[in-house]
Design a protein around this ligand. Structure first.
Ligand SMILES: Cc1ncc(COP(=O)(O)O)c(C=O)c1O
Length: 383
């Protein structure tokens, strides 16, 4: 392998994160639920408008909490896009519910409204949206669809911190939403996530679930004099150490997002008009967060060739998901609604370019020039 000249992602930890980390250590209590946790939750609550935010060890944990809070189980179905990360579906399969995979919109790669409608059966309990690349799904249409069929709307906003739809935060539309603060995300503490609770009657169950199924949070507030096992739950509290790093990152979210946006726009200026490529489609109502810049080729052979070429020059590009309905567990625990051609196409043709807030001009130029060289050598434009 040639040396890496431009990594795919690179977290941007600074002085704020270091100071908050030291504060947490000096505080002497690193279990979850302390001052760093509360500060993160307040910032996220203000930023998203959610009724209550609970930070968690991952977005996966937050998704599992949703399945527990809704008491989903055998005989229930949840509609999910087939073009997503495994956790979106796994959270429901863990409870014995069936993820039903539906196709995506070919332009945004988000769940397609009509495909979701066709996947509804008498067993459907919820529709789970994924805001791919931090670009919002068609929220008004999904809210109407869920109201029409009495379904719960859920949002996997793993990639969408800071992103909005019609100026409302993604993750704050459905009954619950989940954010990720994993290493690869715009705002990160290595591993971390958040559950956004948007319906007041879900707040208490969500708090119980996060704290091993107990009312320990009420005990710590002095509302009960002992805590006890109330519901099915698990260990979904984030350590104060990670919360401290997250707090520093959340305080810098504007700076982190605008630095990414500069790179995203530069890529779009160079590649947005090239006929041989499909580049990100941003609906008018969407304010995205520059999480991903993905280009799509005419076919898999070209995508794979480009990926190999870029990596051979030390530029770390990356395809994305595999079709979840075709994976061994997807076939065992879920079911596909129809053929899902747009999902197959996206998984075969998409290539993500390196994108991170600390990317230097030289690194950005290297990505652009290397990709242009590939396009020229293959008669795909880009001169
Ligand atoms: C759409 C989606 N959902 C869920 C996750 C899982 O996030 P985490 O690693 O925080 O559990 C990811 C991770 O990349 C994701 O892209």
């Amino acid at each position: 392998m040639p040396p890496i000249r431009v990594p795919f992602c690179r977290p941007d930890y600074g002085q704020r994160e270091r100071l908050a980390f030291e504060d947490a250590i000096a505080g002497g209590r690193l279990e979850g639920g302390g001052p760093q946790t509360q500060a993160c939750e307040e910032l996220l609550q203000t930023g998203t408008g959610a009724e209550r935010v609970l930070i968690t060890p991952s977005c996966t944990a937050a998704l599992e909490m949703m399945a527990l809070a809704l008491e989903l189980g055998s005989g229930h179905e949840v509609i999910v896009p087939a073009f997503t990360f495994v956790s979106t579906a796994n959270a429901f399969a863990l409870r014995g519910a069936t993820p039903v995979f539906a196709d995506i919109d070919p332009l945004t790669m988000n769940l397609d409204v009509e495909a979701a409608r066709l996947a509804i059966t008498p067993r459907t309990r919820a529709i789970m949206l994924v805001h791919y690349a931090g670009v919002g799904c068609e929220m008004e249409a999904f809210l109407a669809l869920c109201a029409e069929h009495d379904l719960v709307l859920l949002e996997d906003a793993a990639q969408a911190v800071g992103a909005r739809w019609n100026d409302k935060a993604l993750g704050s539309f459905g009954a619950m939403g989940a954010l990720s603060f994993h290493h690869t995300k715009n705002v990160t503490c290595g591993e971390g996530g958040a559950l956004l609770v948007n319906t007041p009657d879900m707040i208490k169950p969500a708090e119980f679930i996060r704290d091993k199924g107990t009312d320990r949070a009420d005990f710590l507030r002095g509302h009960v004099n002992k805590y006890e096992w109330r519901v099915l739950g698990s260990s979904y509290l984030l350590s104060e150490l990670a919360a401290a790093v997250l707090l520093g990152q959340l305080q810098r979210i504007k700076e982190l997002t605008s630095a990414r946006m500069r790179i995203w726009r530069e890529y779009d200026q160079h590649f947005g008009q090239i006929n041989s490529l499909r580049t990100p489609h941003i609906p008018k109502a969407a304010t995205h967060n520059a999480h991903i810049y993905g280009i799509r080729f005419a076919n898999r052979a070209l995508r794979d060739a480009c990926d190999i070429y870029m990596r051979s020059k030390g530029v770390m590009t990356a395809p994305h998901y595999v079709p979840l309905h075709l994976t061994p567990a997807g076939k065992t625990f879920g079911r596909a609604s129809g053929e899902l051609p747009h999902t197959i196409d996206a998984t075969q043709t998409l290539l993500r370019l390196p994108l991170y807030s600390t990317m230097s001009d030289d690194e950005m130029k290297l990505v652009i020039e290397t990709l242009k060289d590939f396009l020229c050598e293959n008669g795909l434009g880009g001169a």
